[in-house]
Ligand binder design. Structure first.
Ligand SMILES: [Zn+2]
Ligand SMILES: [Zn+2]
Length: 244
């Protein structure tokens, strides 16, 4: 099972996961032609894409959903997310199987109706996905503990956010327990998860309140001595493809 972030950040999020029996998208925040072009660029393509799993209803995760629905692609999401979007779909239950991948959702603290992170399992491989979360809870750590590969939010640098141009209520929302994860918090989570974790994609970087090099440097410093590999994701192009 392998994963690639086709795009990541507040301008649009979509991950492509290759499973034993096809492909699935996690989130649909990019237009169809971008999904196609970026999947091809990543060397994966969209052939065999039958499912999209949504983490929550915020626009940067669902902006490209309609074209997928028109193509007959099935949607799975939490009952609350389906309700918030006003669409029919499959309610995510632990162990739901799509494309030969078993999907285990877990709740994350974020200001949406019923937002979730995901642990994907296939043939002994486990990929964790946790973006759009205000903090890392004990429940999230235990959901992610078996994962070898992780897509983890590193949204902002706290001092850049505080010094930046956002109005105070927006800064407070991002910093709050239902907002977004800071670089330091991502580093702490990786260090806590330890050496079972082999590879992390840093995701959902803020264009305004973060810098790619700073995110990488801050997280690398926090995980000093950890044996895994760190990679960035990008708003405008696909990341590396990771997993095995
Ligand atoms: Zn988002
Ligand atoms: Zn969100």
């Amino acid at each position: 099972m392998r994963v690639c972030a086709l795009g990541s950040g507040s301008s649009g999020n979509a991950l492509l996961v290759e499973g034993p029996q096809g492909r699935l998208l996690v989130d649909a925040g990019l237009p169809w032609r971008e999904l196609e072009a970026r999947a091809a660029r990543a060397g994966l393509g969209l052939t065999g894409l039958r499912w999209v799993v949504l983490t929550h209803e915020h626009t940067d995760h669902v902006r490209g959903l309609d074209p997928l629905l028109r193509r007959g692609i099935d949607v799975a999401a939490s009952a609350g997310t389906l309700r918030a979007l006003g669409i029919e779909g499959t309610a995510l239950e632990p162990g739901l199987e799509v494309a030969g991948i078993r999907v285990f959702p877990f709740l994350v603290p974020h200001d949406a109706r019923q937002p979730v992170g995901l642990r994907l399992e296939a043939d002994g491989a486990r990929i964790g996905i946790a973006t759009d979360l205000g903090e890392i809870t004990a429940g999230i750590l235990s959901a992610l503990a078996p994962c070898q590969t992780l897509v983890l939010e590193a949204n902002h640098d706290v001092s850049l956010l505080l010094a930046g141009p956002y109005p105070w209520p927006l800064k407070a929302r991002i910093l709050g327990p239902e907002g977004h994860l800071a670089n330091e918090e991502a580093g702490w989570a990786i260090r806590t998860l330890g050496n079972g974790l082999r590879c992390v994609l840093l995701a959902h970087l803020s264009a305004e309140n973060n810098r790619p090099a700073l995110a990488l440097e801050t997280v690398a410093r926090a995980v000093d001595g950890w044996g895994g590999r760190l990679f960035l994701t990008y708003p405008e192009r696909p990341s590396v493809v990771v997993g095995e």
